[in-house]
Design a protein. Structure first.
Length: 278
């Protein structure tokens, strides 16, 4: 078993031991308080249910609900209501819960290794795997839900399953942001949009489907290598183009009367994809 799984088993067992100590200390305190009102007779603890019950008829018992202290008398054997404070300790009040999406293949691998841990350990921390679905990129994925465990355990499991993917995604986002900033700077410092029939070579920045009485038309925004940007209909030869694709085509450009670095193109020809989007 790897260092991670050894650590995880030990950490969960340590957590459970600490939780049980907390429950025991709490029960000891409330049983002493109860004994003061019942001729030194303490409530009885049930190992099976993990709850306290009255040892005799007429047993006086007090508990808290929010800011209100309640009081009642109970028959022998009746379970005694307890305050939310004890309930939170009993189920692990100092615990966290997390849910995250993971590739189904990774989740399956994790769950198969998780099942190798002792059953007693797996009963402390609960991990559930959802049904498989396909994410936006078509990758088979699922949810992993982790409950009844400290936050450091939740985070360690998340890191084990998808930590590298999260870092890669963050890096990609940073790179994309850097590229956008470079393009924006090149646009600001670039040439004004020309007019007439010209060759346009640059990067696709965006697509938008526009509807009209004549039907739907797919439009695109392109930044030319010279810095200006143009907007117009996507020719059929660029149907496979994506955002960030590097393309070239010839079209008739009309400069915008509101922005000197922006124009509109029409009648595109000789269109081709030079580089696919990364």
């Amino acid at each position: 078993m790897s260092n991670f799984w050894n650590w995880l088993e030990n950490r969960i067992d340590e957590y459970e031991a600490a939780r049980l100590r907390g429950v025991k200390a709490y029960d000891t305190r409330i049983k002493r308080v109860a004994a003061e009102y019942n001729d030194d007779l303490e409530p009885v603890y049930s190992e099976k249910s993990g709850r306290l019950h009255a040892p005799c008829d007429g047993y006086l018992w007090t508990w808290w609900e929010g800011n209100h202290e309640l009081e009642g008398r109970y028959l022998a054997g009746q379970y005694l209501p307890f305050s939310k404070e004890r309930e939170s300790i009993l189920i692990g009040g100092f615990t966290g819960e997390t849910e995250f999406v993971a590739p189904a293949e990774r989740a399956d691998k994790f769950m198969s290794q998780w099942k190798n841990l002792p059953a007693s350990t797996r009963e402390i921390v609960h991990i559930y795997q959802s049904r498989v679905f396909h994410d936006k990129k078509g990758i088979p994925s699922c949810f992993l839900n982790i409950s009844k465990c400290p936050e450091d355990i939740c985070e360690a499991i998340r890191e084990k399953v998808i930590g590298d993917l999260v870092r890669l995604q963050k890096y990609a986002q940073e790179q994309q942001q850097s590229e956008r900033e470079k393009r924006d700077a090149a646009h600001e410092a670039g040439e004004d949009a020309p007019e007439g029939r010209i060759v346009i070579t640059g990067i696709v920045l965006a697509f938008k489907l526009q509807s009209s009485q004549f039907g739907d038309t797919l439009k695109m925004l392109v930044q030319d290598d010279r810095g200006f940007r143009v907007w117009g209909s996507v020719p059929k030869s660029l149907d496979d183009a994506e955002r960030e694709s590097r393309i070239t085509f010839t079209a008739t450009v009309t400069a915008s009367d509101r922005d000197t670095k922006f124009g509109f193109f029409k009648r595109p020809t000789k269109a081709a994809i030079l580089e696919e989007a990364a």
